[in-house]
Design a protein around this ligand. Structure first.
Ligand code: ZN
Length: 276
């Protein structure tokens, strides 16, 4: 769909939806969880450039968004309490080294909370082999994880080896979930309470296993916003793409891209948002 729908068509579709949003604003009290993978200049769909990322974070601060962490989000969900206007949660999947070198300084500069989901078995290794069409990308080190943790970045689990959980037998499912929980907790020195399904693959059985392991919240790659009544183990998220301008970013935050993302995912032609 991304190839069928050129950038012009996508922008046009989102602009049309934005006009609809002006008449029918997104339901009040909802929140939006955005997600990134790599922050790097490489021309690859897993990347947002450091410059674009810095502009997006500055936009969140300058435009008065309420940026909260996932722990606070869970409190709202437990109480079914509406989120403050324009609430955004920032997340990163996998644990790439560039999250430390390129994203962390920007997050720290703006004092923005964020959560990084670690494919824990690969951290501190030579490669983070989670992308289908790109190899040789380095993960962060545990030392970097600890430094970021001391400065307010939260860490969640994203399994040990990034396998699709819906395909695993019970013993391997538990090993991936509990193993990553224990590894992240041991390294960070605090319980790992947030989880993210690799490639966005989950079902009832996977959700139950994540809940049984003591996690409090879990992120999917389904597009859309989080309402006060959203199930805490089925959080929808909004993918930030490599070619998003700040204008596109603002449109994504107001929900103008949701229909497009949903249609693209339904057609199965969107490798990027299904990365997870
Ligand atoms: Zn992932």
């Amino acid at each position: 769909m991304r190839s069928l729908l050129g950038r012009g068509a996508r922008v046009l579709a989102s602009e049309a939806m934005h006009l609809v949003r002006r008449v029918l604003p997104e339901r009040p009290g909802t929140a939006r969880v955005i997600y990134y993978h790599r922050i790097d200049d490489e021309q690859h769909r897993s990347c947002v450039t450091p410059r674009a990322f810095a502009e997006q974070m500055a936009h969140l601060r300058a435009d008065g968004f309420h940026v909260m962490g996932l722990a606070a989000m869970r409190e709202h969900l437990d109480a079914h309490r509406p989120f403050p206007d324009r609430t955004v949660v920032i997340t990163f999947d996998d644990g790439f080294a560039d999250n430390y070198t390129a994203a962390f300084p920007v997050l720290a500069k703006h004092a923005l909370p964020a959560t990084i989901f670690l494919a824990a078995g690969f951290i501190d290794g030579d490669e983070l082999p989670v992308l289908r069409d790109r190899s040789g990308i380095r993960p962060m080190t545990w030392q970097q994880v600890c430094e970021m943790s001391r400065h307010g970045v939260a860490f969640g689990a994203h399994t040990l080896t990034h396998r699709s959980l819906t395909e695993l037998p019970p013993d391997e499912l538990e090993r991936e979930i509990v193993g990553s929980r224990d590894m992240v907790a041991a390294r960070v020195g605090a319980p790992a309470e947030t989880f993210c399904y690799p490639r966005g693959h989950f079902d009832e059985r996977v959700k139950q296993a994540v809940r049984a392991a003591g996690f409090k919240i879990a992120c999917t790659t389904l597009p859309g916003c989080v309402t006060p009544d959203t199930h805490p183990f089925s959080l929808r998220r909004t993918f930030v793409a490599r070619d998003d301008t700040v204008h596109d970013f603002a449109r994504k935050l107001d929900g103008s891209f949701d229909l497009l993302h949903a249609a693209r995912q339904r057609l199965g032609g969107a490798p990027a948002p299904s990365y997870g």
